[in-house]
Unconditional design. Structure first.
Length: 467
């Protein structure tokens, strides 16, 4: 299937925008720049398609299973295109395609059933589940396909239709994904729209959209929620994190170092639930810093299409500037770059994998989400001090504890203020588990049955036992 094949979308006016390759910083293709007023027709068609899509759960499940098979079959087209526009190593793009297909298949097989209510009355009451209507899904650029499927797969499985808007930094693989899936689904059940703001804002506030699901920044998430409030639409918001990894006194530094490094630097650190701060006991601080620095110095950085590449570029120029700004501030605050600390002198948006030591806890690289290949390591004196520091953030997505005594590590993990806590690993999720944050990390739940029911509403039927 050629990568230029479009999915169904309006785009009739002919406006297009350039898509850049982050490994070169140069344009390699274009995408339709659809305008906000074009959404009325898109949402109207999605509403029309919803009537039949919601009516036959068995046919819906079969269509989604066929869609999962089609995504797997298109992997050789999807993965290179994803790497070209996003920057990640090709092996990671193939893994993202596989995860996308697996998620579609998981939700296709997760059918909600009626639930009887037994409360002692002579009435047979039953909770049944109904879909909401058209869903608006707004997806960022770090995992375009995987996060798209995390939104549309449960929504479609629940009987809703979806209007999907990818980031303008990564529109092409999502458009191709839409083409692949739309070929086996009824018309207008899934529509991909691409363009710059205010397209996303219009989608979030559109009165025909009954549920808005968004992944991105806190500021934009608040704007999305405000827009959806106008039509009293449901919202699910995943708004990033500042995950802490707490290393205990009994941690095996060398054994943990590889897992810890890749938990922080996979996808060039552009992962909402990546490790973004490491807290190490003072006695082991130098050893932890050195172990992570050695891995940063030997990681192979290059274009994602090169077979030997382990870390690709930062996705876009504004994000690279943010990473540089946070790193420079950390160094100005008295921190040391034990590895990296600078942009690489080559075309594209490459930044050296960076380990920072001696950074003040008040530096923005510690208190905010850097979302790039930069990791501060901070010392602590007591576990209570480490837990307090880990929780001293406006975010609450994930966290991890690392040590040999698993019972003690689990006890410490239970004190972290976050939605998911891992022990001796980080940022690993099952399709069957809920994924949600607290504080500024978001509203609502994705993943597992919780993600499915977030796209449904209860409908209760009461029937007397006797005529």
């Amino acid at each position: 299937m050629p990568t230029s094949q479009p999915c169904r979308a309006p785009g009739t006016r002919g406006e297009r925008f350039a898509v850049l390759d982050p490994a070169t910083g140069e344009a390699f293709d274009t995408a339709p720049d659809q305008q906000p007023d074009e959404l009325d027709a898109v949402v109207s068609r999605a509403h029309g398609a919803w009537r039949n899509w919601r009516a036959d759960p068995a046919a819906r499940a079969a269509a989604l299973l066929a869609a999962a098979d089609a995504v797997e079959a298109a992997g050789a087209d999807l993965a290179p295109l994803l790497t070209r526009e996003q920057g990640k190593p090709l092996a990671e793009s193939y893994a993202e395609v596989a995860r996308t297909a697996a998620r579609i298949r998981y939700f296709a097989e997760l059918a909600p059933g009626p639930q009887p209510i037994r409360d002692g009355r002579p009435v047979r009451s039953e909770v049944r589940w109904r879909s909401l209507g058209p869903v608006g899904a707004i997806v960022p650029w770090n995992f375009p396909l995987q996060l798209a499927s995390a939104k549309f797969a449960p929504a479609l499985a629940a009987g809703n239709t979806v209007v999907l808007k990818p980031s303008p930094f990564t529109p092409l693989a999502t458009r191709l994904l839409g083409s692949v899936i739309s070929a086996v689904l009824p018309e207008d059940v899934l529509t991909v729209v691409t363009g710059h703001e205010p397209l996303g804002a219009r989608l979030a506030s559109h009165r025909g959209i009954r549920h808005v699901t968004f992944t991105g920044s806190v500021a934009t998430g608040r704007a999305v929620a405000a827009g959806a409030a106008a039509s009293l639409g449901r919202v699910t918001l995943e708004l990033g994190g500042n995950d802490a990894a707490v290393l205990l006194e009994d941690v095996d530094v060398e054994r943990a170092a590889d897992r810890l490094f890749w938990a922080a630097f996979r996808n060039c650190g552009q992962v909402c639930m990546a490790v973004k701060r490491v807290y190490a006991p003072s006695r082991l601080y130098a050893d932890v810093v050195e172990a992570l620095a050695q891995r940063a110095k030997t990681a192979v950085v290059g274009p994602g299409l090169d077979p030997g590449t382990q870390l690709g570029p930062v996705n876009n120029a504004p994000q690279l500037a943010r990473v540089e700004r946070y790193t420079a501030r950390a160094l100005a605050d008295g921190g040391r770059a034990v590895a990296g600390g600078h942009r690489l002198d080559r075309p594209g948006y490459f930044h050296a994998p960076t380990i920072l030591a001696d950074v003040p806890p008040s530096s923005p690289v510690v208190t905010e989400e850097q979302f790039g290949p930069v990791l501060p390591v901070l010392p602590y004196g007591s576990v209570d001090e480490a837990v307090e520091a880990a929780n001293d953030t406006g975010f609450g997505l994930g966290g991890s504890v690392w040590g040999t005594d698993l019972d003690r590590a689990e006890a410490v993990a239970g004190r972290l203020e976050c939605g998911t806590a891992w022990i001796n690993h980080h940022a690993e999720l099952s399709l069957a588990q809920p994924f949600a944050g607290i504080k500024d990390s978001g509203v609502g739940v994705a993943g597992g049955p919780w993600g499915l029911y977030g796209n449904l509403r209860p409908f209760v039927v009461h029937r007397p036992e006797e005529p």
